[in-house]
Design a protein around this ligand. Structure first.
Ligand code: 5GP
Length: 194
């Protein structure tokens, strides 16, 4: 009698997860409109979670976080309606505020992608659901947001090296339609970004 034993090796798990990850992010494999979201039904988050005993935590967190971001962006639409940030500005829901003045609010991202990950937003959205909606009248607040990112970087002790990111629209995986700057740092950042 022939018996067949299949032993699931950590290296096999890594190869499968990494192939799916590559496929999911490949710009060549997918048509333009579906690049961001096409493989969300594969639930890479749960796949990665099932490998948790075999893989380093950081790897699992990376897949899960990027999967969550893309899923959130897929469901987000620029309706010009209120967003979760309105509740944060109104202090109706808690946030870890690191800087505030009359015009801008800076608070820690709930799903940090680096040791320091701060969001900076205008308190008054004034049509700025995304950067591509900016008009000449927004120049002052745009400058204030950028300047606030420098203040925040200094307060957080990362002024020697940090990144400011604005995700604009679905292709950039924007999930909250209230203009915001991500200030990211506290570790060696890679380039190009994903
Ligand atoms: P986007 O993907 O639109 O560029 O970034 C939106 C960011 O808002 C994400 O990084 C997400 O983690 C963060 N975020 C979403 N909801 C909340 C929340 O309720 N509190 C905080 N602090 N951050 C949030």
């Amino acid at each position: 009698m022939i018996s067949f034993h299949f032993i699931w090796q950590p290296r096999m798990a890594a190869a499968l997860a990494s192939s799916l990850s590559l496929l999911r992010t490949s710009r060549l494999a997918l048509p333009y409109a579906t690049r961001c979201n096409a493989f969300s039904h594969l639930s890479l988050g749960s796949l990665a979670a099932s490998f948790a005993p075999l893989r380093p935590q950081r790897f699992v967190r990376h897949i899960t976080a990027s999967s969550n971001e893309e899923a959130a962006a897929k469901n987000a639409v620029d309706t010009s309606g209120p967003t979760i940030f309105d509740k944060i500005i109104a202090k109706e829901i808690p946030s870890d505020i690191v800087y505030e003045d009359d015009n801008v609010l800076a608070f820690r991202d709930i799903n940090p992608q680096a040791p320091v990950h701060i969001l900076i937003i205008p308190k008054l959205r004034d049509g700025l659901t995304q950067l591509s909606k900016a008009e000449a009248r927004h120049c002052e607040i745009l400058g204030q947001l950028l300047y606030a990112s420098k203040i925040v970087a200094e307060k957080e002790g990362i002024a020697e090296g940090f990144r400011v990111v604005i995700n604009n629209g679905p292709d950039a995986c924007q999930s909250v339609y209230h203009l915001h700057l991500h200030v990211i740092g506290g570790r060696q950042l890679k380039w190009p970004p994903g």
